[in-house]
Design a protein around this ligand. Sequence first.
Ligand SMILES: Nc1ncnc2c1ncn2[C@@H]1O[C@H](COP(=O)(O)OP(=O)(O)OP(=O)(O)O)[C@@H](O)[C@H]1O
Length: 255
Amino acid sequence: MIELRGVCKSFGTKRAVDHLDLTVRPGELFAFLGPNGAGKTTTIKMICGLLAPSEGAVLVGGHPAASEGARRSLGYVPDQPYLYDKLTGREFLRFVVEMYGVDKATGAARIEEMIDTFEMADFIDELCESYSQGMKQRVVFASALVHEPRVLVVDEPLVGLDPRSARIVKNMFVSQARAGATVLMSIHLLAIAEELADTIGIVDHGRMLAVGSLDELRRQAQHDGSLEDLFLKLTGNDVLRAISPIARARLERPI
Ligand SMILES: Nc1ncnc2c1ncn2[C@@H]1O[C@H](COP(=O)(O)OP(=O)(O)OP(=O)(O)O)[C@@H](O)[C@H]1O
């Protein structure tokens, strides 16, 4: 479970997150949407204990964010993942398993499972510095899941993945949620949110504009269109203003 209650985060005079309330339950796959600069990454960093809120409370698996309990419950894939160049993928996964205090036999079995799930056998014993972007992403996903977290938080999950790897990752989100994990992903690809998410939250200027299933969002926005139409309506059509009048007229035609 992820719970945010009245959460605010300011950087100097800039309010990045503004009284945000959010609950994501076990078994739920939540897509966090919003325009650039809306406050998604800042919120995710507070969930992961990397930033402290200026106000409000953040709970992860029932524990205050950044506490030992929260960290043990959590798997996190950042938008700009980092691997150690001079370790192999397998060594990196071993390091992560040891960090979480997983016993040796269980850890070794979980690493094999991850290698299999993310189809990494061909490169897992090469140094990370030799990996392509997509290979790095797969190792990072494996490292976020290897300790079997109950809460998975992913910032922009599909950047740099080829279609096959993207499919593996999408399947993994769904199977994690169906197995009872709480899954929150921030994503700009609205079609993916529409395809995968049980619940969608649209944030802008640090505030939650709407949250619910796609049908609930349609009711809240009193608009019976696609998720893209709803998104643009709720976030003020900023994108439409930036494109040509002809394209805008086409997009603004009633559906
Ligand atoms: N360390 C920081 N110092 C100052 N301002 C920051 C800092 N981090 C984020 N911000 C500001 O907070 C706001 C929210 O940023 P955030 O990265 O959370 O947005 P986002 O929704 O993740 O955007 P994107 O979709 O572009 O990744 C932005 O205005 C950003 O400039």
